[in-house]
Design a protein around this ligand. Structure first.
Ligand SMILES: NC(=O)c1ccc[n+]([C@@H]2O[C@H](COP(=O)([O-])OP(=O)(O)OC[C@H]3O[C@@H](n4cnc5c(N)ncnc54)[C@H](OP(=O)(O)O)[C@@H]3O)[C@@H](O)[C@H]2O)c1
Length: 315
């Protein structure tokens, strides 16, 4: 089968589409024929050596975490899914050398979620990781009916999902992006938009119940000033402070700071599919590339300017 692989952690990353043997599913895994995948920044951050201390499994690696496709076979330990089932999801790119930018991938069954016939593979592949991240942001930020929410970095993959999910939960949403993306964000349901390039952070509105930071770049003082007392700041890129210090500071009752650490979660995927079925959530695909042009897809993602998502068609 063909797979997009790299042999070293390096920047620029040397990505090649190579012919490799089909993976054999281990216990608890299913073999999935990939129909579509999408690019997440973590895919190239790992390949360029950004997370060397966290990555397990060595080299070479097949890139990719999001996928949608069809179950071909399942191992003895996997009874939940059967050949022919349509599935979607994301795998943990830190622990696996076999990613999803390939014609087949062995997927741990807890990461593969049934996909209704009504949802096309391309839409499902685009929204798996960013949709799950956005639901988790809203859960950690306790976003509910009547919440006032600021989504920072709203035009990207996670951000444009967070805008729609917060709105679907009944929140009022203010979104930051460059000015050219404001029409896009209003069409997704944003109530107000801020051009972060021309309006300094200290002039952004205050009193939010939750700040969902998808860039993430808001200094702690800015987080504090934008939130009401006891409001929630949630980041997509948690660091040591988020895990070691913030849980203690949160006990004092001021700003509640948390970070997203994605885990497979069937309830989260069900919530995403529910919004899709009700027409409250759609993933915007900026551009689509065949696997043979995956390097261009990665370059576009690395620009940091993607509106919505970049899709990979497989094969
Ligand atoms: N913890 C987790 O499990 C998890 C899961 C998913 C993602 N992440 C991380 O979350 C981050 C966002 O992911 P993503 O997929 O949304 O990335 P992305 O799609 O590449 O984000 C691109 C968007 O960021 C916007 N942007 C860039 N700088 C900005 C700024 N200063 N202010 C406001 N918007 C800005 C751009 O909008 P403009 O063109 O308008 O500037 C562009 O639309 C990444 O660092 C990713 O690694 C973490």
């Amino acid at each position: 089968m063909r797979a997009l692989r790299y042999q070293t952690f390096a920047d620029p990353v040397d990505l090649r589409v190579e012919d490799v043997p089909e993976p054999v599913p281990a216990a608890g895994e299913v073999l999935v024929r990939i129909h579509a995948a999408s690019v997440n920044p973590v895919d190239w951050k790992i390949a360029t050596g950004g997370f060397r201390l966290l990555v397990r499994g060595g080299l070479p690696r097949t890139m990719g975490s999001d996928f949608a496709g069809e179950v071909i076979s399942s191992s003895a330990g996997s009874t939940r899914l059967a050949p022919g089932d349509r599935v979607f999801g994301f795998v943990d790119p830190f622990t696996r050398t076999g990613g999803t930018f390939a014609e087949f991938a062995a997927i741990p069954s807890e990461f593969a979620h049934r996909l209704p016939d009504a949802v096309p593979f391309r839409d499902a592949a685009a929204l798996a990781c960013v949709g799950a991240t956005a639901v988790t942001l809203c859960n950690l930020g306790r976003v509910t009916t009547g919440s006032r929410v600021l989504v920072n970095g709203a035009a990207g993959g996670v951000g444009h999902m967070a805008v729609q999910i917060a709105r679907a939960r009944g929140a009022t949403v203010t979104a930051t992006s460059s000015a050219t993306r404001h029409d896009f964000l209003r069409a997704l349901g944003a109530d107000a938009c801020i051009d972060y390039r021309s309006v300094p952070m200290d002039r952004w509105p205050q009193g939010f119940d939750a700040v969902l930071d998808c860039v993430p770049n808001l200094p702690r003082a800015v987080q504090h000033k934008r939130l009401r007392r006891g409001g929630s700041y949630v980041t997509t890129v948690p660091g040591p402070v988020t895990f070691l210090l913030d849980p203690l500071l949160n006990l004092l009752g001021g700003v509640q700071r948390r970070g997203v650490m994605l885990q497979p979660d069937a309830a989260v995927m069900k919530e995403i599919l529910g919004y899709v079925a009700q027409g409250q959530l759609r993933c915007s695909i900026e551009q689509e590339f065949p696997l043979s042009e995956a390097r261009s897809a990665i370059e576009r993602s690395r620009s940091g300017r993607v509106q919505g998502k970049i899709l990979l068609r497989v094969p």
